[in-house]
Design a protein around this ligand. Structure first.
Ligand SMILES: [Zn+2]
Length: 315
Protein backbone atom coordinates (compact mmCIF):
# COMPACT_ATOMS: atom_id res chain seq x y z
CA UNK A 1 0.00 0.00 0.00
CA UNK A 2 1.33 3.42 -0.90
CA UNK A 3 1.90 5.93 1.90
CA UNK A 4 1.98 9.11 -0.17
CA UNK A 5 0.76 11.91 2.16
CA UNK A 6 -2.85 12.90 1.50
CA UNK A 7 -1.91 16.55 0.90
CA UNK A 8 0.24 15.58 -2.10
CA UNK A 9 -1.80 15.96 -5.28
CA UNK A 10 -0.80 13.52 -8.00
CA UNK A 11 -1.06 13.97 -11.75
CA UNK A 12 -0.51 11.61 -14.64
CA UNK A 13 1.61 12.88 -17.52
CA UNK A 14 2.24 11.79 -21.10
CA UNK A 15 5.62 11.76 -22.85
CA UNK A 16 6.72 15.39 -23.46
CA UNK A 17 7.93 14.39 -26.94
CA UNK A 18 4.27 13.91 -27.90
CA UNK A 19 4.54 10.14 -28.41
CA UNK A 20 1.60 7.72 -28.50
CA UNK A 21 0.92 6.77 -24.84
CA UNK A 22 2.62 3.35 -24.61
CA UNK A 23 4.76 2.90 -21.49
CA UNK A 24 6.66 0.18 -19.70
CA UNK A 25 7.20 -0.03 -15.93
CA UNK A 26 10.88 0.49 -15.04
CA UNK A 27 11.02 0.52 -11.24
CA UNK A 28 9.38 1.87 -8.10
CA UNK A 29 11.25 3.60 -5.30
CA UNK A 30 11.20 6.05 -2.42
CA UNK A 31 12.88 9.27 -1.33
CA UNK A 32 16.37 8.36 -0.09
CA UNK A 33 17.56 11.91 0.55
CA UNK A 34 15.24 12.80 3.41
CA UNK A 35 13.27 9.60 4.11
CA UNK A 36 9.95 11.26 3.25
CA UNK A 37 6.88 9.13 2.67
CA UNK A 38 5.60 7.75 -0.61
CA UNK A 39 6.47 5.17 -3.25
CA UNK A 40 6.75 6.46 -6.80
CA UNK A 41 7.11 4.73 -10.15
CA UNK A 42 9.29 5.36 -13.20
CA UNK A 43 7.94 4.37 -16.62
CA UNK A 44 9.65 4.38 -20.01
CA UNK A 45 8.03 5.63 -23.22
CA UNK A 46 8.24 2.67 -25.62
CA UNK A 47 8.35 5.02 -28.62
CA UNK A 48 11.26 7.34 -27.73
CA UNK A 49 12.82 5.72 -24.64
CA UNK A 50 12.44 8.74 -22.34
CA UNK A 51 11.76 7.70 -18.74
CA UNK A 52 9.54 9.73 -16.43
CA UNK A 53 8.08 9.56 -12.93
CA UNK A 54 4.39 8.80 -13.37
CA UNK A 55 2.17 9.70 -11.60
CA UNK A 56 4.00 12.59 -9.98
CA UNK A 57 3.28 15.35 -7.42
CA UNK A 58 1.82 18.50 -8.97
CA UNK A 59 3.84 21.73 -9.15
CA UNK A 60 1.74 23.09 -6.28
CA UNK A 61 2.51 20.23 -3.89
CA UNK A 62 5.96 18.90 -4.84
CA UNK A 63 7.61 21.50 -2.55
CA UNK A 64 7.11 19.06 0.34
CA UNK A 65 9.94 16.97 -1.11
CA UNK A 66 12.33 19.98 -1.11
CA UNK A 67 12.71 20.62 2.64
CA UNK A 68 15.11 23.20 4.08
CA UNK A 69 17.74 20.45 4.47
CA UNK A 70 17.81 19.78 0.69
CA UNK A 71 21.55 19.70 -0.11
CA UNK A 72 21.80 22.23 -2.99
CA UNK A 73 20.26 24.90 -0.75
CA UNK A 74 23.13 24.44 1.69
CA UNK A 75 26.19 24.01 -0.56
CA UNK A 76 29.20 25.60 1.01
CA UNK A 77 31.65 27.63 -1.02
CA UNK A 78 34.43 25.23 -0.25
CA UNK A 79 35.34 25.20 -3.96
CA UNK A 80 36.26 28.86 -3.74
CA UNK A 81 38.82 28.16 -1.06
CA UNK A 82 40.74 25.99 -3.51
CA UNK A 83 40.50 28.51 -6.31
CA UNK A 84 44.08 29.65 -6.39
CA UNK A 85 45.82 26.57 -5.14
CA UNK A 86 47.62 23.91 -7.11
CA UNK A 87 44.94 21.23 -6.60
CA UNK A 88 42.27 23.43 -8.19
CA UNK A 89 44.40 24.29 -11.22
CA UNK A 90 45.34 20.64 -11.72
CA UNK A 91 41.66 19.67 -11.45
CA UNK A 92 40.75 22.16 -14.19
CA UNK A 93 43.57 20.88 -16.39
CA UNK A 94 42.44 17.25 -16.03
CA UNK A 95 38.76 18.11 -16.55
CA UNK A 96 37.94 17.20 -12.94
CA UNK A 97 36.51 20.62 -12.12
CA UNK A 98 32.94 20.43 -13.35
CA UNK A 99 30.71 23.41 -14.11
CA UNK A 100 33.65 25.14 -15.83
CA UNK A 101 32.79 27.26 -18.88
CA UNK A 102 36.06 26.96 -20.75
CA UNK A 103 34.90 27.81 -24.26
CA UNK A 104 33.65 31.34 -23.59
CA UNK A 105 35.27 34.51 -22.28
CA UNK A 106 33.33 36.10 -19.38
CA UNK A 107 30.02 37.63 -20.52
CA UNK A 108 26.39 37.48 -19.41
CA UNK A 109 25.48 34.27 -17.63
CA UNK A 110 22.07 33.03 -16.46
CA UNK A 111 21.92 30.06 -14.06
CA UNK A 112 18.49 28.43 -13.83
CA UNK A 113 17.82 26.70 -10.52
CA UNK A 114 20.74 28.51 -8.89
CA UNK A 115 19.89 27.22 -5.36
CA UNK A 116 21.85 29.26 -2.80
CA UNK A 117 23.82 31.08 -5.49
CA UNK A 118 27.22 29.49 -4.77
CA UNK A 119 27.89 28.86 -8.47
CA UNK A 120 26.97 32.31 -9.79
CA UNK A 121 28.86 33.92 -6.93
CA UNK A 122 31.95 32.00 -8.01
CA UNK A 123 31.41 32.95 -11.67
CA UNK A 124 30.90 36.60 -10.71
CA UNK A 125 34.32 36.51 -9.05
CA UNK A 126 35.72 35.21 -12.36
CA UNK A 127 34.40 38.28 -14.19
CA UNK A 128 31.00 37.08 -15.42
CA UNK A 129 27.91 39.29 -15.19
CA UNK A 130 25.53 36.85 -13.54
CA UNK A 131 21.83 36.38 -12.94
CA UNK A 132 20.05 33.48 -11.25
CA UNK A 133 16.53 32.07 -11.13
CA UNK A 134 15.34 30.10 -8.13
CA UNK A 135 11.87 29.14 -6.86
CA UNK A 136 12.71 28.00 -3.33
CA UNK A 137 12.37 30.24 -0.29
CA UNK A 138 14.65 27.82 1.59
CA UNK A 139 17.37 28.57 -0.97
CA UNK A 140 16.70 32.29 -0.62
CA UNK A 141 17.22 32.03 3.14
CA UNK A 142 20.63 30.40 2.57
CA UNK A 143 21.89 32.64 -0.23
CA UNK A 144 25.69 32.94 -0.10
CA UNK A 145 25.76 36.60 -1.14
CA UNK A 146 22.72 38.85 -0.70
CA UNK A 147 23.95 41.20 -3.46
CA UNK A 148 23.58 38.57 -6.18
CA UNK A 149 21.01 39.28 -8.91
CA UNK A 150 18.59 36.39 -8.32
CA UNK A 151 14.94 36.28 -9.42
CA UNK A 152 13.01 34.28 -6.83
CA UNK A 153 10.13 33.07 -8.93
CA UNK A 154 8.75 30.09 -10.75
CA UNK A 155 10.34 30.06 -14.21
CA UNK A 156 6.98 29.05 -15.74
CA UNK A 157 5.58 32.45 -14.68
CA UNK A 158 8.63 34.50 -15.68
CA UNK A 159 8.42 37.23 -18.29
CA UNK A 160 10.65 37.26 -21.39
CA UNK A 161 14.18 38.20 -20.28
CA UNK A 162 15.29 39.14 -23.81
CA UNK A 163 17.92 37.65 -26.16
CA UNK A 164 20.63 38.64 -23.78
CA UNK A 165 22.72 35.79 -22.38
CA UNK A 166 26.00 34.40 -23.72
CA UNK A 167 25.65 31.33 -21.52
CA UNK A 168 22.60 29.77 -19.84
CA UNK A 169 23.36 26.98 -17.38
CA UNK A 170 21.12 24.35 -15.81
CA UNK A 171 23.16 22.15 -13.48
CA UNK A 172 21.17 19.06 -12.49
CA UNK A 173 17.93 20.99 -12.92
CA UNK A 174 16.09 19.85 -16.07
CA UNK A 175 15.15 16.49 -14.54
CA UNK A 176 13.25 18.37 -11.81
CA UNK A 177 10.99 20.26 -14.22
CA UNK A 178 7.38 19.33 -14.90
CA UNK A 179 7.53 20.56 -18.51
CA UNK A 180 11.18 20.40 -19.70
CA UNK A 181 10.47 21.02 -23.40
CA UNK A 182 8.31 24.05 -22.59
CA UNK A 183 11.13 25.53 -20.47
CA UNK A 184 13.81 24.74 -23.05
CA UNK A 185 11.77 26.48 -25.75
CA UNK A 186 11.28 29.48 -23.47
CA UNK A 187 14.94 29.95 -22.58
CA UNK A 188 15.98 29.46 -26.22
CA UNK A 189 14.73 33.02 -26.73
CA UNK A 190 17.03 34.32 -23.99
CA UNK A 191 20.27 33.02 -25.55
CA UNK A 192 22.19 35.41 -27.81
CA UNK A 193 22.91 34.41 -31.42
CA UNK A 194 26.35 32.98 -30.61
CA UNK A 195 25.39 31.94 -27.07
CA UNK A 196 25.21 28.44 -25.61
CA UNK A 197 23.11 26.35 -23.24
CA UNK A 198 25.05 24.13 -20.84
CA UNK A 199 23.17 21.47 -18.91
CA UNK A 200 24.01 18.50 -16.76
CA UNK A 201 21.66 15.62 -16.02
CA UNK A 202 21.85 12.21 -14.35
CA UNK A 203 22.38 9.36 -16.84
CA UNK A 204 19.59 6.76 -16.60
CA UNK A 205 21.69 4.36 -18.69
CA UNK A 206 24.61 4.23 -16.26
CA UNK A 207 25.93 0.98 -14.84
CA UNK A 208 25.39 2.53 -11.42
CA UNK A 209 21.65 2.85 -12.14
CA UNK A 210 21.46 -0.76 -13.34
CA UNK A 211 23.31 -2.13 -10.31
CA UNK A 212 21.65 -0.12 -7.54
CA UNK A 213 18.20 0.26 -9.18
CA UNK A 214 15.86 2.11 -6.79
CA UNK A 215 18.77 2.62 -4.35
CA UNK A 216 20.77 4.56 -6.94
CA UNK A 217 21.46 8.04 -5.61
CA UNK A 218 20.34 9.90 -8.71
CA UNK A 219 16.89 8.26 -8.89
CA UNK A 220 15.82 10.89 -6.31
CA UNK A 221 12.13 10.10 -6.33
CA UNK A 222 9.87 11.93 -6.57
CA UNK A 223 11.80 15.17 -7.27
CA UNK A 224 13.42 13.75 -10.42
CA UNK A 225 10.48 13.78 -12.81
CA UNK A 226 12.48 12.76 -15.90
CA UNK A 227 15.28 10.22 -16.19
CA UNK A 228 17.26 11.02 -19.33
CA UNK A 229 20.02 9.15 -21.11
CA UNK A 230 22.25 10.44 -23.89
CA UNK A 231 19.80 9.52 -26.65
CA UNK A 232 16.65 10.86 -24.97
CA UNK A 233 18.20 14.17 -23.83
CA UNK A 234 19.52 14.82 -27.34
CA UNK A 235 16.04 14.20 -28.75
CA UNK A 236 14.40 16.50 -26.19
CA UNK A 237 16.92 19.26 -26.96
CA UNK A 238 16.49 18.88 -30.72
CA UNK A 239 12.67 18.87 -30.42
CA UNK A 240 13.00 22.07 -28.36
CA UNK A 241 15.00 23.86 -31.09
CA UNK A 242 18.65 23.24 -30.21
CA UNK A 243 21.60 21.65 -31.94
CA UNK A 244 24.15 19.74 -29.92
CA UNK A 245 27.77 20.87 -29.96
CA UNK A 246 29.32 18.69 -27.25
CA UNK A 247 28.43 15.74 -25.00
CA UNK A 248 30.63 14.41 -22.22
CA UNK A 249 30.40 12.47 -18.99
CA UNK A 250 31.52 14.58 -16.06
CA UNK A 251 34.48 13.34 -14.07
CA UNK A 252 32.64 13.08 -10.79
CA UNK A 253 32.44 10.24 -8.22
CA UNK A 254 29.43 11.47 -6.22
CA UNK A 255 26.69 9.28 -7.73
CA UNK A 256 28.53 6.01 -7.19
CA UNK A 257 29.76 6.95 -3.69
CA UNK A 258 26.32 8.13 -2.55
CA UNK A 259 24.67 5.04 -4.06
CA UNK A 260 27.00 2.75 -2.09
CA UNK A 261 26.20 4.73 1.07
CA UNK A 262 22.44 4.30 0.46
CA UNK A 263 22.81 0.61 -0.42
CA UNK A 264 25.00 -0.46 2.51
CA UNK A 265 24.22 -0.39 6.22
CA UNK A 266 25.50 2.54 8.24
CA UNK A 267 28.45 1.39 10.35
CA UNK A 268 29.39 -1.49 8.02
CA UNK A 269 32.98 -1.68 6.76
CA UNK A 270 32.12 -0.71 3.15
CA UNK A 271 29.85 2.11 4.29
CA UNK A 272 32.54 3.51 6.59
CA UNK A 273 35.19 3.21 3.87
CA UNK A 274 33.12 5.13 1.29
CA UNK A 275 32.08 7.72 3.87
CA UNK A 276 35.80 8.32 4.43
CA UNK A 277 36.44 8.50 0.65
CA UNK A 278 33.61 11.02 0.39
CA UNK A 279 34.61 13.30 3.25
CA UNK A 280 38.31 13.04 4.06
CA UNK A 281 40.83 15.48 2.62
CA UNK A 282 43.31 12.58 2.75
CA UNK A 283 41.17 10.81 0.12
CA UNK A 284 41.39 13.73 -2.34
CA UNK A 285 43.79 11.91 -4.65
CA UNK A 286 41.72 8.72 -4.52
CA UNK A 287 38.57 10.71 -5.41
CA UNK A 288 40.43 12.33 -8.30
CA UNK A 289 41.51 8.95 -9.71
CA UNK A 290 37.98 7.56 -9.30
CA UNK A 291 36.50 10.67 -10.97
CA UNK A 292 38.88 10.44 -13.90
CA UNK A 293 38.19 6.73 -14.43
CA UNK A 294 34.39 7.17 -14.22
CA UNK A 295 34.51 10.08 -16.66
CA UNK A 296 36.57 8.40 -19.39
CA UNK A 297 34.50 5.17 -19.14
CA UNK A 298 31.21 7.17 -19.34
CA UNK A 299 30.12 5.69 -16.00
CA UNK A 300 30.00 8.76 -13.74
CA UNK A 301 26.19 8.82 -14.27
CA UNK A 302 26.37 12.56 -15.03
CA UNK A 303 26.10 13.79 -18.59
CA UNK A 304 27.04 17.35 -19.54
CA UNK A 305 25.76 18.76 -22.82
CA UNK A 306 26.54 21.99 -24.63
CA UNK A 307 23.92 23.07 -27.16
CA UNK A 308 23.07 26.20 -29.11
CA UNK A 309 19.81 27.48 -30.54
CA UNK A 310 19.13 25.95 -33.95
CA UNK A 311 18.24 29.09 -35.86
CA UNK A 312 17.14 27.06 -38.92
CA UNK A 313 14.42 25.31 -36.91
CA UNK A 314 11.11 27.03 -36.23
CA UNK A 315 9.46 25.95 -32.96
ZN1 LIG B 1 8.18 9.38 -25.97
Amino acid sequence: MNDIPSFIELEFCTCPNGCVPRDEHVLSGRDHLHGLEGTYTIVECLTCGLQRTNPRPTRDTIGYYYPSTYTPYNHSQERKKHKSNFAYKLAVLLGLENRCIKKKPPGNLLDIGCANGAYINEMQDKGWKVKGIEFSSHAENNVVNSNLDILYTDIYDLRDLGKYFDVVTMWMVLEHMHAPTKILKKIRNWISDDGILVISIPDANSLCRRIFRDKCYDIQLPTHLYHFNKKSIIRVLQESGYEITNVRWQKNPNTIIESILIYTNKGSLINSLFRWIKNSRKALFLRAILSFFLGITHQSARIEIIARPNIRRKI
